[in-house]
Design a binder for this molecule. Structure first.
Ligand code: ADP
Ligand code: MG
Ligand code: MG
Length: 875
């Protein structure tokens, strides 16, 4: 096995092995761009290291290091003329700021003088680089608390009478190195290593180990990145942005990652090393300012960015450093972007002739579309604007200001909506960022940690609101005369960067307005892009998309959103409200056919009118109506409430009458496991006339509404005999009217999936009820397990995502496959759909496409998401 690759040997397709950073450094090297020389130790080596605790390929590392020294004409840590390197993490999937990087490796008490000599006698620079090494090395390799170093730095600044790092002179920094070395010794029980090669080896091990740092583990779980990939390590010859005013470092995007608009976008910081920009330690200047400072480097950078876009055919983000007027490229990748930018960029690239529409559809996701359907603020009430920062990740978030990540987590657990307010965030804030509705920081640009992580999570974020004076200890911020304390409500607009005092009402997003038909698609660049991409997805997809809707209003909205029918109408919703009393009468009349018929006769016209409304809204399209599914006792008052009522009445010497009968019924009907009790088709078989009434209502409504296409769906069938019995009864009623009504069943009991060939004999269609199929497939009672212990299952990696959220392909999915294959074999014209919540889940939609379903059905707001994903699945 080969564990080490020079940059010349790799390329961008080797991300599995070299990580994204290493693969792209290799790609840039081979494009002839100015990348400092270096090599990559593979993810394979990381996996071996995590198994054994030893870094494999030592000999290879030595050889590649020797070659690097040769190329640079310098030896690692040489006292006269040292080569310094950075040791950088870089996994297959970008995990911004989650793992470790150590800069300036190779500096020692001896080589610090050599470095100063290299820099033309710049002692300040040499000591600054050395103190950075001890700080980073101490923190990441030896777990020295970072705050210790920061305190020491603050102390030196105070003694030197300056507030800025750049105000420190060489002697201050030398003093600081002494302090840092002492801190290092106190915490590790040893001296800071003076052997450059030992520094390198320790740093490599630490980077590998950082794959399993808590925050990295948490981030991977959140982003659904597999935990067994490992990171590569890149060893890169150092270039220095901290060599004075003609040096600096920056990050840039080839397009605006927030809006997708054309034009480069970036942040630059003079006289600094790379970490300073990302950490938001000092406020950066816009990249455009570089043009005045150093036109040659700026022009070269622009031309390199054009080369990269042309090469990667997509938005790229880059890290660069200028060392005394010489530009160096330190990183590139296809850049993260907001959901809005993803749509806009994809269509711009089509217009520019770079990609075709098929590719544009692949460049966006249903999850991104879902984000664009979030509501935005309604500013009609002229809310009080506190300040404005950089809109780093869009959305409208309202919540109580909280200044501490742990506190944010605790309050969110209590059900509070919170906004995490920080000066800047760092990876330790991750749990708080996940718990918060939104994030607000006073420092850092669109490329700061807060911005990058929030965008990745689709969480609202405003950063760099530099008018905010954030006081973490007091738990408050002040701005423009206002004091906002922990617990005060603020509203944060991640699109515009505006921050408001109090709760600002929200309104539908432009994309939703477009779906609703109240906004012309050409009125807005983003909406135009969404329109174009969805239209193409519709042309490509094979899956049809229906909606789950119980009312005419829901059906009408879903139709505007593109639904091609109703896949699930839950009739039990038609038994609620004032009609509950009729259900009570039905239940109490169980042994009295006359009373029962009377109650059913009253329910019939009510149901019929509901169906008429639904069928009208969906005229021309199929509407699948599920016969009543839940146990009837769910319609009765709770046991305790009734028992108290009856007891009170008896106490007063009154006759509890009706309540007593109800109480008896509730006691009689009590079930230990209602989910597995008298429900679904079992109700139809046990309670005479109930299903017949519903069928009659459906058929009468169908006869009343022109161009209606009802489909009757029987829930919870496990045996074909169940379905046959109901079917015979229904066909008799249907025969009385001249209407065409299909009869099918849900496949939601495992036995139904396993005997699908038989069940198909009595069904015109199957609709997979994947919620129940998951419950019964896993033996999970959803209500009991999700909150109680699913977190533990996720933590243990038993599944990477809840099987209720995304279909479990191997288990529940296998049941679906069996049912499709055997059902279709038995009856080639059988229709297949899905009506569980999975119908609106992007991953699951791809699965349903693969197994050959005819349609998915989902909630109205998920319809556009399913349309897009069905298109993506078909391309
Ligand atoms: P991350 O993945 O957290 O961005 P990086 O490995 O990219 O970590 O490094 C952190 C910072 O150090 C970046 O700004 C990067 O540009 C800078 N950096 C890394 N290697 C070098 C180097 N050889 N010379 C100068 N700067 C470097
Ligand atoms: Mg980086
Ligand atoms: Mg069900």
């Amino acid at each position: 096995r080969k564990f080490v690759y020079d940059f010349e040997e790799g390329n961008r397709d080797l991300k599995d092995l070299l990580g994204g950073k290493g693969a792209n450094l290799a790609e840039m090297t081979n494009l002839g761009l100015p990348v400092p020389p270096g090599f990559t130790i593979t993810t394979d080596a990381c996996r071996a290291f995590l198994d054994t605790g030893d870094v494999p390929g030592q000999r290879e590392i030595s050889e590649h290091l020797a070659a690097l020294e040769q190329k640079m004409g310098r030896r690692l840590g040489d006292s006269e003329d040292p080569l310094l390197v950075s040791v950088r993490s870089g996994a297959k999937f970008s995990m911004p700021g989650m793992m470790e990087t150590v800069l300036n490796v190779g500096l020692t008490d001896a080589s610090v003088a050599g470095l100063a000599a290299q820099a033309g006698g710049d002692e300040r620079f040499a000591w600054d680089s050395y103190r950075r090494l001890i700080q980073m090395f101490g923190k990441t390799v030896c777990d020295v608390p970072g705050a210790e170093f920061e305190h020491a730095l603050d102390d030196v600044k105070r003694r030197a009478g300056t507030r800025e790092d750049v105000g420190l002179q060489a002697e201050h920094l030398r003093e600081l190195v002494g302090d840092y070395k002492r801190i290092f010794r106190e915490h590790t029980g040893r001296d800071f290593p003076q052997d450059p090669r030992e520094q390198l080896d320790l740093a490599i091990g630490a980077v590998f180990r950082s794959w399993n740092a808590d925050r990295a583990v948490l981030y991977r779980r959140q982003e659904r990145i597999p935990s067994n990939l490992g990171t590569a390590v890149n060893v890169v010859a150092m270039v220095f942005g901290n060599l004075g005013a003609d040096s600096g470092t920056g990050v840039a995007f080839t397009r605006d990652p927030a809006t997708g608009e054309r034009g480069v976008y970036g942040d630059y910081l003079a006289n600094a090393q790379g970490e300073d920009v990302v950490a938001g330690i000092r406020n950066t200047v816009p990249l455009q300012d570089l043009e005045q400072r150093d036109k040659a480097s700026y022009d070269e950078l622009m031309s390199i960015m054009a080369t990269l876009e042309e090469h990667y055919k997509d938005l790229c983000d880059i890290e660069f450093t200028i060392e005394r007027g010489k530009l160096w490229m330190l990183q590139t990748r296809v850049g993260k972007r907001t959901a809005a930018a993803a749509f806009v960029i994809a269509t711009h690239l089509v217009d520019e002739g770079v990609i075709d529409l098929d590719e544009a559809v692949q460049r966006v996701t249903g999850a991104q579309l879902a984000q664009l359907m979030f509501p935005t603020f309604d500013l009609g009430g002229a809310p009080e604007q506190l300040t404005r920062g950089v809109g780093a990740s869009p959305g409208a978030a309202v919540g109580k200001a909280v200044f501490d990540a742990q506190h944010a987590v605790a309050m969110a657990k209590e059900g509070e909506a919170v906004i995490l307010v920080r000066r800047e965030t760092n990876p330790d804030d991750l749990p708080g960022m996940i718990a918060a509705q939104g994030i607000l920081t006073s420092r850092g640009g669109k490329t700061s940690h807060a911005a990058v992580v929030a965008r990745g999570m689709g969480k609202t974020c405003v950063c760099g609101a530099d008018e905010l004076d954030v006081n973490l200890h007091k738990g408050q911020f002040t701005v423009d005369g206002h004091v906002v304390s922990e617990g005060d409500v603020i509203s944060v607009d991640g699109t515009t960067g505006r921050v408001y005092l109090g709760e600002v009402p929200v309104q539908p997003s432009p994309v939703v307005q477009y779906f609703e038909g109240t906004l012309d698609p050409q009125a807005d660049a983003l909406v135009a892009a969404v329109h174009r991409i969805l239209t193409h997805a519709d042309e490509r997809r094979r899956l049809r998309v229906r909606t789950n809707a119980d009312t005419g209003a829901d059906a009408a909205r879903a139709r505007r959103f593109g639904a091609q029918g109703v896949g699930l109408c839950r009739t039990e919703h038609m038994f609620l409200g004032p009609r509950r009393e009729l259900v009570e009468r039905l239940i109490l009349a169980q042994s009295d056919p006359v009373k029962r018929e009377a109650a059913l006769a009253e329910l019939l016209p009510l149901q019929r009118d509901d169906f008429i409304e639904l069928f009208r809204e969906m005229a021309g399209l199929p509407v699948t109506v599920r016969l009543i599914d839940p146990p009837l006792h769910e319609f009765l008052p709770p046991l305790e409430q009734l028992a108290v009522k009856v007891a009170v009445a008896e106490e007063r010497g009154e006759d509890p009458g009706h309540d007593r009968d109800l109480l008896d019924a509730v006691r009689r009907m009590h079930e230990a496991n209602p989910m597995l009790g008298l429900r679904g088709v079992r109700l139809g078989l046990v309670i005479p006339g109930l299903f017949a009434m519903q069928v009659r209502a459906i058929v009468q409504a169908a006869a009343a509404v022109p161009d209606s296409h009802p489909e009757i769906m029987v829930p919870l069938v496990g045996a074909v005999q169940e379905l046959e019995t109901i079917r015979a009864e229904a066909e008799k009623i249907i025969g009385e009217f001249a209407v065409d009504v299909k009869i099918g069943t849900m496949i939601e009991v495992p036995r139904a999936a396993l005997t699908a060939g038989d069940i198909a004999q009595a069904a015109d269609f199957f609709s997979f009820g994947t919620n129940d199929l998951t419950q019964m497939g896993w033996g999970f009672s959803r209500d009991d397990v999700e909150g109680a212990f699913f977190w533990r299952y996720l933590e243990l990696g038993i599944f990477g995502v809840s099987p209720f959220e995304s279909i479990d392909r191997d288990g529940v999915g296998r049941l679906v496959r069996i049912a499709v294959d055997e059902g279709r074999a038995a009856r080639p014209d059988l229709h297949f759909g899905v009506c569980g919540e999975h119908g609106g889940d992007p991953d699951s939609v791809h699965f349903f496409h693969e197994v050959g379903l005819d349609y998915v059905s989902c909630s109205p707001f998920r319809v556009p998401v399913a349309r897009l994903e069905a298109g993506r699945a078909a391309i």
